[in-house]
Design a protein around this ligand. Structure first.
Ligand SMILES: [Fe+2]
Length: 260
C-alpha cells in the first residue's frame, strides 16, 4: 500500500514537460510554455481528487469532493471554449492553415462525452432530490478513466501544435500575441472565489526543479486570493494539491492521512 505522501498529483495522468519545450519562434515558445503550465494545473487538479476519492467516507467530505469536481469540469470547459472561440480561430487566421487546429478540435469532441458523464454524475450525487444516486469512488473513477487518457493526450498534443507555429512569418507574431492576450483575458473571467483558488492551488512551485511558479502574479494577489477568495469554499479546497503559493500540501484524504 502506498502512503498518502507518495500519491501526489503528478500522477496518474502525466504532466507535460515545460522547460524542454523548443521552438524557433519566441512567440510560439511563449504560448506553448504558458499553455503547458495551464494544462499541468488542470491535470494536477484532476490527479489530486482522483487519488483521494477512494479514501473519502464522510458525507460532508463527499459533498466537498463532488463540488470540487463540478468546479473542475467548469474550469476545463471554460478553457476549451476559450480556445475554440478565440485562440484556435486566431491561429487559423494568422497561419492560413485551416487544418492546423482541426486535430485539437477533434480531440475536444473525443473526450466531451466522458466529461459530460462526470458532470452529470456529480450533479446527480449533489442533488438532494435524487437520494438514490450516491457517490461511490469506484464509479467516480470509472467515469474519469473513460476520458482522462484521451484528455491528457490532447493536452500534450496541443502543445506540440503550438511549438510547431514556428512556421509563421515574423510579422505574424504580433497578431498571435494579441490573440493569446485575448484568450488569456478570457481565461481570467468567471467567479473569482472558484477560478482563482483552483488555478493557484494546482500549481507546483517545485516543478522541474522550481524557479518559475505559474501563473506569475504580483505577490499581494496570492495573499488576496488566500485570505479573501478562498474563504467561500474553503472546505472544497482541501482536495487541491497545493497551497496558494504552489507548495505541495500533505494529501488530505489517503491511507494514512489525517483529515482536516
Ligand atoms: Fe489548452
Amino acid at each position: 500500500m502506498t502512503t498518502a505522501l507518495t500519491m501526489w498529483a503528478d500522477q496518474p495522468f502525466a504532466l507535460i514537460p515545460v522547460k524542454s519545450l523548443r521552438s524557433s519562434s519566441p512567440m510560439a515558445l511563449f504560448m506553448s510554455q504558458d499553455m503547458a503550465n495551464a494544462h499541468n494545473n488542470l491535470l494536477r487538479a484532476l490527479n489530486s481528487v482522483y487519488n483521494q476519492a477512494p479514501y473519502v467516507t464522510n458525507e460532508a467530505d463527499k459533498r466537498d469532493l463532488l463540488q470540487y469536481t463540478a468546479f473542475w469540469v467548469d474550469w476545463i470547459e471554460h478553457h476549451h471554449h476559450g480556445e475554440e472561440e478565440v485562440l484556435f480561430p486566431a491561429v487559423t487566421r494568422v497561419t492560413g492553415k485551416e487544418s492546423l487546429m482541426a486535430h485539437n478540435i477533434e480531440q475536444h469532441e473525443a473526450f466531451l462525452p466522458g466529461l459530460h458523464a462526470l458532470k452529470d454524475y456529480v450533479t446527480a450525487c449533489l442533488d438532494t432530490a435524487k437520494p438514490d444516486v450516491v457517490f461511490a469512488s469506484q464509479r467516480y473513477r470509472e467515469i474519469v478513466d473513460s476520458f482522462a487518457h484521451i484528455l491528457s493526450e490532447h493536452l500534450a498534443d496541443e502543445i506540440v501544435t503550438l511549438t510547431g507555429l514556428e512556421v509563421c512569418e515574423a510579422g505574424d507574431a504580433a497578431k498571435l500575441k494579441e490573440a493569446y492576450a485575448e484568450f488569456d483575458a478570457k481565461m481570467r473571467e468567471g467567479d473569482k472565489s472558484i477560478l482563482y483558488p483552483l488555478v493557484m492551488g494546482s500549481s507546483d512551485a517545485g516543478f522541474e526543479g522550481g524557479g518559475a511558479l505559474w501563473p506569475a502574479v504580483p505577490p499581494p494577489v496570492r495573499y488576496l486570493i488566500h485570505y479573501v477568495f478562498e474563504r467561500k469554499h474553503r472546505s472544497v479546497w482541501r482536495f487541491l494539491p497545493s497551497d496558494t503559493w504552489g507548495k505541495r500540501k500533505v494529501v488530505a484524504f489517503g491511507p494514512s492521512a489525517d483529515h482536516e
